[in-house]
Write a protein that binds this ligand. Structure first.
Ligand code: ADP
Ligand code: MG
Length: 244
């Protein structure tokens, strides 16, 4: 059995008095990838923020490598090996690509050479300042910077949001390499459900702060009714609802 990295147990969390997540439980074993899907506003980012310690946790627990981190201060979590890319893609605008990467660096297999190999576009732009990058380049930089901390688990919150199709393809290829040949453990929050299901092994679907579906990503891709109901997704290659 693979090592359990993260266990989220019966978590109820939100912002102050406002409860967003209710009774959320799932586990992430080392080396696995989990897609977190659901429509806008169902609590996906809140889940990521809760794992990183930025919300009000009312009930339940977070266990990381067998140790409870439920009340661990947010700034200590990255040092324990939790890597996170916020939906807002925070990079240092006045620093160059290379500087953005080296300030975050911690020893491990992800170094400058490795992230430049994963994102050739960043290698070309290594001397460009953050504010001169396109949206796609900024997203790649945000992910590359998180990798430079050599996290045991990487949380990506809608990395494909608002990007041009060609950039989505490049990022998708990079994420596939991270989870595939590199064996990185990943939680991938996405609106692009079909892409996310193609990139991950397991999936949970949220609806109004609760998990309403969990399963293998590959199997979930073959459930058009579920995909339509919770994600409003009609797959282009799924059979039409009614024949001609
Ligand atoms: N800082 C906040 N304070 C209060 N409520 C928030 C805050 N951020 C998000 N919410 C609310 O929490 C719910 C879930 O939001 P969010 O986790 O961002 O959803 P998703 O990422 O799935 O789109 C929404 O109703 C949203 O309005
Ligand atoms: Mg969100």
């Amino acid at each position: 059995m693979p090592d359990l990295l993260l266990a989220v147990r019966n978590v109820r969390a939100g912002y102050g008095e406002a409860v967003v997540l209710d009774d959320v439980s799932f586990e992430v074993p080392s080396g696995e990838s989990l897609a977190v899907l659901g429509r806008n506003g169902v609590g996906k980012s809140t889940l990521v923020l809760t794992i990183m310690g930025f919300t009000t946790l009312i009930r339940g627990s977070l266990v990381w490598r067998g140790e409870e981190i439920t009340h661990l201060a947010p700034h200590r979590r990255p040092r324990r090996g939790l890597g996170w890319v916020a939906q807002e893609r925070e990079i240092f605008a006045s620093l160059s690509v290379e500087e953005n990467l080296t300030v975050a660096s911690r020893p491990g297999r992800w170094d400058l050479a490795a992230v430049f190999e994963l994102f050739p576009r960043l290698a070309e732009r290594r001397h460009a300042r953050g504010h001169h990058l396109s949206g796609g380049e900024q997203q790649m930089l945000a992910i590359a910077r998180a990798l430079m901390t050599n996290p045991d688990l990487l949380l990506l919150d809608e990395p494909l949001e608002g990007l041009a199709p060609i950039i989505v393809e490049e990022l998708t290829a990079a994420i596939r390499r991270m989870t595939g040949e590199q064996g990185s453990t990943l939680i991938l929050v996405e609106q692009h459900a079909d892409i996310a299901l193609g990139l991950t092994e397991h999936v949970i679907v949220l609806e109004r702060g609760k998990i309403v579906h969990r399963g293998r990503s590959r199997d979930t891709l073959r459930e058009p009714v579920l995909l339509d109901r919770y994600l409003g997704l009609t797959l282009s290659d799924s059979p039409p609802a009614s024949g001609p």
